[in-house]
Unconditional design. Sequence first.
Length: 358
Amino acid sequence: MKGGHLMLIQFLKEVPRVRLRLLLIPILTAILCLSGCVVPQERGVYRPESRPEPRQEPRPGPSHEARPVYALEIEGQWSLNAGNATGRLEFARVRGGFIGRIWFDAYQRWEDLADVQSDPQSGRVEFARPGANEHYSGVLSGNHMRGHYSSRGLSYPWEARRERESGGPPRIDGQWQLYAGNATGRVEFSRGRRALEGRIWFDTYQRWEELEEVSFDPETGRVAFKRPGANEWYVGTASGRQISGSYTVTTIYSWEGRRERRSASASQIDGLWAIHAGNATGRLELYWVRNTLAGRIWFDVYGRWEELTDLAFDRRVARIEFTRPHGRNERYSGTLSGDRISGSYSAEGPTYSWEARR
């Protein structure tokens, strides 16, 4: 009996150990499975949320380089038709924005505009005529603006055009009589090596001032330049022998340039010429100032303009004479024939040939 009891007791003690071992196996298996799922995710072996996005193809559309260029040059003067009324519109750029004024032929006076806005991407133009409580909006396309304006709750059409010169593109080179506000003087333009150049003379100050940012569009006749000494911006439209426009200081003033009409031979001499004098090349510019011939000369080797003196032009025989006082005090004489001037010049005794062509 004792022996049997002892054996039974020993057997019962071994049973829990066996069960414990059997339980450890699934526990360890579960831990290993969980570790296998967690560790790769932490290392980034497989993360569905981090899969690269599919490549997006660029969508067609206007880029900065390819966007349509609207010649949003609202600066200058425009002929206006608003409802049944005719007149003029005038805009000028100042301090990064625009100011403007409007003229109706029926009232014969200028009125300042307000809230002048322009969008270079859409070509949209807006402004207000405060005196009549009218608001104008339209779209610019080339030399034409068109839209509607509201007045007393009703809407009316309006349009403005920049007149183009007939008979070919206008010429800007040469000298123009200047009338700016109440001042008189001269403004002249010439072709530099890379860009259009200009200078301005006011009779009050009796000196030449160089201009900056000179531009000219032969398609529209639009001319623009800056007088830096007075911080004045000028814009206008050339048509035939006249430029009309406005300039801005703190408000808008009118200005115009005029070429005087002359006889056929006299008009043929003014303007810019390509000159060959001896072995030197350059430019010759001739212009009229109150029926007196004036001019200047440029030699490429020196890279500067020189004023000429003692100019004379005999219309009967189309003969021209002038002196280049700089250097060797050279005296030039020649004969105009069509688009060519040919002659000779003297420099400290010897004589050399020269010619100028359009």
